[in-house]
Design a protein around this ligand. Structure first.
Ligand code: JFH
Length: 262
């Protein structure tokens, strides 16, 4: 989906290409059909191709898996179809900047990783299934291995969609308002502040007065402080890593005093 598109008046190349290799192409395509990724594709900024791994098999049964050497339960993804898929992608779409293997053994994918990948032009995502992938795909075909968290999924398709989504929204032109990306509190290493919309009273609970006041500076300070308070309460380790400015460090001190923590 995507490819060169008439943006403005000239035919421009897309800003970022993804190739996803999977035995469940419909599952990945369903995940691309709505939301930021589909908008990026429509706008000609993103180009995503989904490849059915079975299309790269050469045996009569189109096998993508086989029994594990050494015995044991489950099946292992064969290396040849995956290697052939990446080779054809290289020939047809150019040499990718990264070939990412999704697995529970990978480095944890974070916002920092999303920002790093968003600077690349072409990424291949390899989705496994079964008990995993032949180790030689890892060493010979993949350039890196990523996990989206310490829980076990049934395959790499959901992780591939997670990475596609997080990386795509950092590509200029994908998310309409670039402010919502820059101000993303996670990019600053903090949790988000609470949000409210109408009605001003719901189920007996009022919206904080300051948000109705129209005092922009007070609103800004309230949002910053509640973001820091929440981060301290829920994810204190994030604060150690966050690069706080003078104002934020002062607020953190204030909150600690309010809570009676040294
Ligand atoms: C994937 C799968 C179970 C066995 C941990 C110790 C033992 C694989 C391909 C990514 C994240 C995944 C993921 C990614 C790709 C594949 C299923 C089940 C085991 C698990 C290995 C196959 C899972 N972040 N979670 N899950 N599977 N392992």
């Amino acid at each position: 989906m995507g490819g060169g598109c008439e943006r403005g008046r000239r035919l421009l190349p897309t800003d970022m290409k993804f190739d996803v290799v999977t035995i469940f192409p419909r599952m990945v395509e369903a995940g691309l059909a709505d939301g930021v990724i589909s908008r990026g594709i429509e706008r000609g900024v993103l180009d995503v191709h989904v490849h059915d791994l079975r299309g790269y098999t050469i045996d009569r049964h189109r096998s993508v898996d086989d029994v594990p050497y050494g015995g044991g339960p489950g099946m292992v993804m064969k290396p040849e179809p995956l290697a052939r898929a990446v080779e054809e992608i290289r020939e047809r779409r150019g040499v990718p900047d990264a070939v990412v293997l999704l697995s529970p053994q990978g480095r944890i994918f974070t916002q920092v990783e999303a920002v790093r990948l968003s600077a690349l032009r072409h990424i291949v995502l390899l989705c496994g299934r079964y008990e995993g992938i032949d180790e030689r795909v890892r060493t010979l075909v993949a350039t890196e291995e990523l996990s989206i968290g310490d829980f076990v999924l049934s395959g790499g398709e959901l992780p591939a969609l997670v990475i596609l989504d997080a990386v795509s929204r950092l590509v200029p032109g994908v998310v309409g308002d670039s402010r919502s990306v820059e101000e993303d509190s996670f990019s600053r290493g903090l949790l988000d502040c609470p949000h409210y919309t109408r009605p001003s009273k719901f189920a007996g609970h009022k919206v904080p007065e300051v948000l109705l006041s129209g005092h922009h500076e007070e609103v800004r300070l309230w949002r910053k402080k509640t973001a820091i308070r929440r981060t301290l309460e829920r994810r204190p380790a994030l604060l150690d890593a966050a690069a706080l400015d003078d104002e934020e460090r002062a607020m953190l001190e204030e909150i600690r005093k309010e809570r009676g923590v040294p």
